[in-house]
Design a protein around this ligand. Structure first.
Ligand SMILES: NC(=O)c1ccc[n+]([C@@H]2O[C@H](COP(=O)([O-])OP(=O)(O)OC[C@H]3O[C@@H](n4cnc5c(N)ncnc54)[C@H](OP(=O)(O)O)[C@@H]3O)[C@@H](O)[C@H]2O)c1
Length: 237
């Protein structure tokens, strides 16, 4: 461990995938962590691998309107401060604009967009209080350009980029900096069925975690708005 940090970081979707890698990386770097996980069994499993003296493992269900405020309140109750929020929880469903059934689109809007928005709303006063609060949202390359026929996921990720840009504008004078991380394929369960690129050629979750740590640690006068990350040669926009 580099050193113990006073700073407190919230990470959603912290039990697996990208959120899991970020949680592990920041924990091992000495941060105080508040980890949002919806599944009680997963929360239980995580207890042994995170230092209980500086980690809170709390319920977070993005589909529940009250859950974001409850998790932020539990974080403040435990640590008395909040320095950074990382929104990693998200879902990928197939919805094309020609599909009449909009259920999948509504789910992605709720989990990918409204969940982070509600968390940011609850967290904002505490981030502002620090004078150097950080919001890091897992968007996607799909939030920068739409390819293929999954307009629903792209729409949700464009919205995450818009939400992040907006928070950046709103938060600037309060010292709050917001960053949208926009990776291509990352080797997690989310893309388990993708054959090309091969898993080993995808971005590995630990690499995203390293980027998130850097973003959190950048000073107020060197902020990064968006970070596209590619695993192959492809157009950005
Ligand atoms: N993998 C990629 O290629 C890729 C690329 C670009 C961007 N992203 C984005 O990166 C983020 C993380 O993706 P990932 O690849 O790590 O996905 P993942 O492996 O499928 O993990 C998703 C995480 O989100 C949580 N989650 C899902 N629905 C939730 C809900 N209703 N409430 C609270 N938590 C919920 C999951 O919890 P459970 O374990 O309980 O299901 C899990 O912790 C997502 O926003 C995704 O869109 C991924």
């Amino acid at each position: 461990m580099e050193r113990l940090h006073q700073e407190v970081v919230m990470v959603s979707g912290a039990n697996r995938g990208i959120g899991g890698a970020i949680a592990r990386h920041l924990h091992d770097a000495g941060y105080r962590m508040s980890l949002g996980v919806r599944d009680p069994k997963a929360r239980d499993r995580m207890k042994d691998s995170f230092d209980p003296d500086r980690c809170l493992i709390a319920p977070y269900e993005a589909g529940d309107r009250q859950s974001p405020a409850d998790w932020v309140a539990a974080t403040i109750d435990r640590f008395g401060r909040l320095d950074a929020m990382v929104n990693a929880a998200g879902i990928l469903r197939t919805h094309d604009f020609r599909d009449e059934d909009e259920t999948a689109l509504d789910q992605m809007w709720e989990i990918n967009v409204k969940g982070p928005m509600r968390l940011m709303r609850a967290a904002y006063p505490h981030l502002k209080e620090r004078g150097a609060g950080r919001i890091v949202n897992l968007a996607s390359l799909a939030g920068l350009r739409a390819v293929g026929n999954s307009s629903g996921y792209a729409m949700s990720k464009f919205a995450v980029v818009a939400l992040t840009d907006s928070a950046r504008q709103t938060g600037w004078s309060d010292g709050v900096r917001a960053t949208a991380i926009c990776p291509g394929y990352v080797n997690t369960d989310m893309v388990a069925e993708v054959q090309i690129p091969a898993k080993a050629d995808m971005i590995q979750p630990d690499e995203i975690a390293r980027v998130v740590k850097m973003v959190i640690e950048m000073p107020n006068n060197a902020s990064i708005a968006r970070i596209p990350i590619n695993c192959r040669n492809e157009p950005l926009y």
